[in-house]
Write a protein that binds this ligand. Structure first.
Ligand code: F1P
Length: 355
């Protein structure tokens, strides 16, 4: 295997250290954030990012609205860059949260420009580079510096920025943030426990189609897992809302399919039924679940049952990142250097100049 994927594996396996750094950074900012939020009281929050950080924005919008009751939406940077007036309907009462590992992705920078041009007063950035152009254009920055990566595909960067989102939503909702302090240790234990299964399934040459299913905030996580499988292993992979899968896409399930369910307590019975049905269609099932189900026929990764739902999102990622990594290695690929990809998409910013 040589050095193929050595950065990716190291970044996945050490990510709980980066989570700790992100939580320390948040704790140092918490007072400023609470005061800024109190001063703002926005009517809505719009999260914006590209690729992985668009999917992270989807998770953030679901979690934020669920936890705080404030209207929250997620958009790709390009949508706001191109159609800002149709999207930013009340910019003076909107908080824009721009999420970007690099802080230099053109569409996300242009989205911030459009927001300001339309009168947007409050823009926060979540990024691994607090000295980046995006951070420079924001009123408040939540940094995840220790999560910077050599690899192109986001792993510890995504997870650390997600932790900042969980802490932000929890702080705004007045939750007890101390429950997050146990996550790095849970992450280390989970990585050690899930790695053998992820390796076995990743190396399984029988699989040629991967489906990732998630409801609520887990749909954004399923989309990120789908993207990791594409970026790292060049595999056919798709993401769906859990119960949407029956409405047509399940036609693609066969003996060479792995259906990965990101289950949750609230919808467990419904989600288990979908997974049972996919086994009857010949598919194999891997389920990530906060609570173990006795006698389950599925390959299972149990998360931490003791955590409230808003503390769980980051724990769905390690096994899914490892699944994509081991699949790439088994196909002789180098996940450190995904085909066709650069770490950042940089476009001609002037080509987006306001009409
Ligand atoms: C966004 C992004 C990544 C993608 C690839 C290219 O970067 O699209 O999501 O996986 O690495 O860049 P960023 O704005 O989060 O830095």
């Amino acid at each position: 295997m040589g050095s193929r994927g050595r950065y990716t594996l190291a970044e996945i396996m050490t990510q709980p250290d980066a989570w700790e750094d992100a939580l320390r950074a948040f704790a140092a900012l918490e007072g400023d954030l609470r005061r800024a939020w109190q001063a703002l009281h926005p009517v809505q929050v719009i999260f914006v990012g590209c690729g992985s950080t668009y999917y992270l924005s989807q998770v953030a919008a679901s979690l934020f609205q669920e936890l705080t009751g404030v209207l929250a939406r997620a958009y790709p940077g390009s949508e706001i860059a191109l159609f800002a007036p149709q999207i930013l309907l009340d910019p003076r009462h909107t908080l824009l949260v721009a999420i970007s590992r690099s802080g230099t992705t053109t569409e996300t920078l242009v989205a911030l420009d459009r927001f300001r041009e339309l009168g947007g007063q409050a823009a926060w950035a979540i990024t691994c580079y607090p000295d980046s152009p995006l951070a420079g254009g924001a009123d408040l920055v939540l940094p995840a510096e220790a999560a910077q990566e050599q690899s192109i595909a986001q792993t510890r960067s995504f997870a650390s920025m997600l932790l900042l989102v969980q802490a932000l939503a929890g702080a705004v909702a007045g939750e007890d943030l101390s429950i997050l302090s146990g996550l790095p240790a849970l992450g280390r234990e989970l990585l050690d426990r899930a790695a053998p299964l992820a390796e076995a399934l990743g190396e399984g040459s029988r699989y040629e189609r991967f489906f990732f299913l998630g409801s609520g905030l887990r749909y954004g996580l399923a989309s990120e897992a789908m993207l990791k499988m594409k970026e790292m292993s060049l595999s056919y992979s798709e993401a769906f809302h859990f119960m949407e899968f029956r409405h047509g896409p399940k036609s693609m399930v066969n003996e060479r399919s792995l259906v990965v369910g990101l289950a949750c307590k609230e919808a467990l019975a419904h989600e288990w039924q979908v997974l049972d049905e996919m086994v009857s269609l010949g598919g194999q099932v891997l389920v990530l679940t906060p609570c173990a189900v006795v006698g389950s026929a599925f390959q299972t990764v149990t998360l931490e049952a003791g955590l409230p739902a808003w503390g769980l999102p980051v724990l769905y990622l390690p096994a899914l990142q490892l699944l994509a990594y081991y699949r790439a290695i088994s196909k002789g690929l180098d996940p450190d250097r995904p085909q066709n990809l650069d770490a950042v998409v940089s476009l001609d910013r002037s080509s987006f100049s306001a009409a």
